[in-house]
Ligand binder design. Structure first.
Ligand SMILES: CC(C)(COP(=O)(O)OP(=O)(O)OC[C@H]1O[C@@H](n2cnc3c(N)ncnc32)[C@H](O)[C@@H]1OP(=O)(O)O)[C@@H](O)C(=O)NCCC(=O)NCCS
Length: 190
């Protein structure tokens, strides 16, 4: 089993004062992730999986949690009581391109969690040689559309499905490498 990389365990202070603990997702998270998919509300599942939710099988959980942290990378955020409240991931679709997906539990939305996790993923992807993120989502998914606006995502919409592409390297507003930690791809920058 590939060990999760160091440097991704951290506490995030959210906009409403709550904290979450973030770390790379590992195979030990499989049972809880399975339960989260089984019990999530239909709208979250529709939006996360861009259609109907997949059946939770050992194969699905293996695909979602056995990661090489290079071409396939995921982060989980937990609240102080322990349960996971968000998962963000990327999966390579080309040598320099990866598709992102994210879900935040309803009670933890709108306080900057997705933006922060996607930003961490973006930095991880850059360090691993990726240049672009893509995202596929229902065209009526306004939260994602707005989130991608911050990232200056370019969008194509066809038959109710939107595809966006975000430039990580050479992002029009990104400062040079040394200052990237104070820049956010997915949030309004000062
Ligand atoms: C999309 C999703 C991940 C956003 O998570 P979040 O943690 O609430 O997002 P953030 O708090 O970081 O919001 C960042 C920006 O996105 C936009 N946004 C987020 N939720 C929004 C909403 N309900 N309506 C409009 N804009 C929204 C806003 O511009 C927001 O910035 P602001 O709060 O400063 O105005 C979450 O709604 C979710 O899990 N949805 C279901 C699954 C899904 O759609 N996944 C994406 C497809 S893979």
């Amino acid at each position: 089993m590939t060990q999760p990389p160091p440097g991704f365990d951290r506490t995030l202070l959210l906009r409403d004062g709550r904290r979450v603990w973030v770390r790379p997702l590992t195979p030990q998270d499989a049972p809880e992730l399975g339960e989260a998919i089984r019990t999530a509300d239909p709208e979250t599942l529709r939006r996360r999986f861009c259609g109907s939710a997949p059946r939770v099988t050992p194969q699905l959980l293996e695909r979602l949690t056995v990661l090489d942290y290079e071409r396939r990378f995921a982060l989980v955020a937990r609240c102080s009581e322990g349960p996971g409240v968000a998962v963000a991931r990327y999966e390579a679709t080309g040598r320099k391109m990866a598709e992102v997906a994210i879900a935040v539990a309803p009670a933890w939305r709108r306080v900057g969690l997705a933006s922060a996790l996607l930003h961490m993923l973006g930095l991880a992807a850059l360090e691993r040689g990726f240049e672009r993120f893509t995202a596929v989502y229902s065209a009526d998914n306004r939260p994602v559309a707005e989130l991608l606006d911050y990232a200056r995502g370019r969008r194509v919409i066809a038959e109710g499905v939107a595809e966006a592409e975000v430039r990580l390297r050479d992002h029009p507003e990104a400062p040079p490498d040394a200052a990237r930690q104070s820049f956010s791809f997915f949030q309004r920058n000062p």
